[in-house]
Design a protein. Structure first.
Length: 615
């Protein structure tokens, strides 16, 4: 059985599990040898180790595991980088930490890079304990492991029967392997593992105390207490288990009402009747157990009810139009109407009514019963949710949208700012907060969110550039060009260059200002930085400084002489200045040195000679 378990661990290709198992085996052998001083035949588990390695290699897992270990890169490892980012939380959260179960939210406060993964657990039992329970909690955890190790060592060193020695050996292996695995994994947070661990360590403690009693070797860990003390402890434990079980029962009843995941809400699922029933069933449950998960779902049900009522109104109003359509066109039209009922589009519609019609029209739309009643109830549910769990950036951004629909712009702005503070590395939250302010006509408050988004994800420049330049279907007021340059675009020369050359007219005075700003940011670029030198050259070219651009292109070739695109650019620029002799000489040299692109250079040489003859 032990051999099969070892093979199973190997077959998972878990680097942490395999390393913990190997470390546990090696150190257990050492402690077993120190305690029992056996003959070679006493190492009964050496054949198990050999058999495990042999079978793992035979079935092909060994090579896969070695390849997985070879690909381990500590510098780019997500776990290690997020431990480094979250380290300041240890001092910020005080002596007792941030509270059990809070790591999922706390670590997001310290993300300096874009969020690729939200870590529910720290994937290190020790680091997570340090953040959530502080140094006192870490000391308690280390003391618990030390106590378990003491029991195991006592049974191994002083045991006389094979059973007691086996229990001690098992305890040593358990301590070492689980501690090693817990250093970079979160297995003990899984209930099955924790229960198994508690049972095994409890049995180990009992056997160690029983052995001490038989040997008349009383330890300082042993206490003689009256039975009444034990009864009180048992009663307290039973009460705690009962209360916790009751809470879990209430949560299970709440979860049973989550019949449809919010991301799968449609115009027919759940329908209005089902939504009404779920709301009426969920309301008394969350009053008894006001957990954030149930309250958040209740708020989504209120929004779903609002959307269904709004959708019904839109479909009824468009009935004359849809009657003349084919079934396919009618289906597409109805689907588009459903999209218009989303919180984002409702907010946009209110803003566009204010801008294009009148404030009174927007106010009349806001005062419709299906908006007022449902949105207010959704807000109340989310505010109650925040009381039970403060660190919920997603709910903060939903509150932003809900308050904006009601016209409470100041409250909406406050919640948008809180959402960004709770998850500064979240790209969706930055974009949603920035878009919300643009939809509200507030460019000044939108700028920090859009700027942060571009700093975190410069590769997504095009979608943001389209948004802020007004080239999307979104109903927003695009900021003016000067505001975009001064406040929306980060101090990234590549982003500034791309925006100035792709989104602004050549005659715009802001375009030249932006290009000069990009040029200043590139002043200190190193000749070894090929991309930086090429970008600097392109900036000079956009400013009309052709000679300077040519020189910078030439300098960029020092670190990357085989860049065909740059070589071609230099030749074309020389040709535009009528410097055909220099251009032809450069191409002839390139044909001799760069054999890979010689055919391309040959075609370009022919074109250059033809141009030279014409002139």
């Amino acid at each position: 059985a032990t051999t099969l378990i070892a093979i199973g661990i190997t077959s998972t290709l878990s680097r942490g599990g395999v390393l913990a198992m190997m470390l546990g085996v090696m150190l257990t052998l050492v402690f077993y040898g120190m305690a029992r001083r056996p003959s070679f035949t006493g190492f009964i588990f050496i054949p198990m180790v050999v058999l495990t390695i042999g079978i793992a290699g035979w079935v092909g897992f060994a090579d896969k595991l070695l390849n997985r270990l070879d690909r381990t890169n500590f510098e780019s490892n997500d776990r290690i980088s997020h431990w480094q980012e979250t380290w300041p939380a240890i001092s910020d959260m005080g002596t007792l930490g941030s509270g059990l179960g809070s790591y999922e939210h706390v670590h997001r406060l310290y993300r300096a890079t874009a969020e690729k993964t939200i870590f529910t657990f720290a994937e290190s039992q020790f680091f997570q304990t340090l953040v959530e329970m502080g140094w006192l909690g870490l000391l308690l955890l280390a003391g618990s492991w030390a106590l378990v190790f003491h029991y195991a060592a006592f049974a191994l060193w002083h045991g006389r029967s094979p059973a007691t020695i086996a229990i001690g050996t098992m305890g040593i292996f358990l301590c070492i392997s689980i501690m090693a695995a817990s250093a970079f994994d979160f297995g003990l947070y899984q209930s099955a593992n924790m229960i198994a661990m508690a049972v095994v360590t409890g049995a180990l403690a009992y056997n160690a105390h029983s052995l001490a009693g038989r040997l008349k070797d009383h330890s300082w860990l042993q206490y003689q207490v009256p039975n009444s003390y034990c009864q009180v402890v048992a009663l307290v434990l039973f009460s705690g288990v009962f209360v916790a079980g009751l809470g879990l029962h209430n949560r299970a009843r709440i979860d049973s009402k989550r019949i449809v995941s919010p991301k799968y809400f449609t115009s027919s699922s759940p329908d209005l009747e089902t939504t009404e029933r779920l709301i009426s069933e969920l309301q008394p449950l969350v009053r008894r157990a006001p957990v954030s998960r149930g309250l958040n779902y209740l708020s989504l049900l209120y929004v779903q009810r609002m959307r269904l009522q709004h959708f019904s109104q839109l479909v009824t109003g468009a009935s004359d139009t849809t009657d003349k359509m084919s079934e396919e066109k009618k289906l597409n039209f109805v689907n588009n109407l459903w999209v218009l009922t989303s919180l984002e589009h409702v907010h946009e519609h209110i803003y566009s009514l204010k801008r294009e019609s009148s404030v009174l029209s927007a106010r009349a739309y806001q005062q419709q019963p299906f908006i007022q009643e449902n949105i207010r109830q959704a807000i109340n549910a989310l505010n109650l949710s925040r009381r039970s769990s403060l660190l919920q950036p997603s709910q903060q951004i939903r509150l932003t949208r809900l308050y904006a629909i009601l016209g409470a712009t100041r409250k909406a702005s406050k919640h948008a700012a809180i959402a960004a503070e709770l998850a500064p590395g979240s790209l969706p939250i930055c974009k949603l907060a920035g878009t919300f302010h643009l939809q509200s006509g507030n460019s000044e408050q939108a700028a920090p969110f859009i700027r942060r988004y571009l700093e975190l994800a410069p590769q997504r420049f095009n979608e943001i550039a389209d948004l802020i330049s007004g080239r999307t279907t979104r109903k927003i007021s695009p900021p003016d060009e000067k505001t975009i340059l001064d406040h929306f675009l980060p101090d990234d020369p590549k982003i500034i260059y791309e925006y100035m050359t792709t989104r602004m007219l050549p005659s715009s005075p802001i375009r030249e200002k932006g290009l000069r700003k990009a040029g200043l940011l590139l002043n200190d670029v190193s000749p070894a930085d090929h991309r930086g030198m090429v970008l600097s050259a392109r900036v000079k070219l956009a400013l009309g400084l052709t000679d300077e651009a040519i020189e910078l292109f030439k300098d960029s070739l020092v670190s990357s002489p085989a860049d065909f695109e740059v070589q071609t650019q230099i030749v074309l620029l020389l040709n535009s200045q009528g410097k055909y002799r220099e251009s032809i000489g450069r191409l002839e040299d390139l044909m001799k040195t760069d054999y890979i692109n010689s055919k391309r250079y040959s075609r370009l040489l022919k074109q250059t000679r033809d141009q030279a003859r014409e002139h």
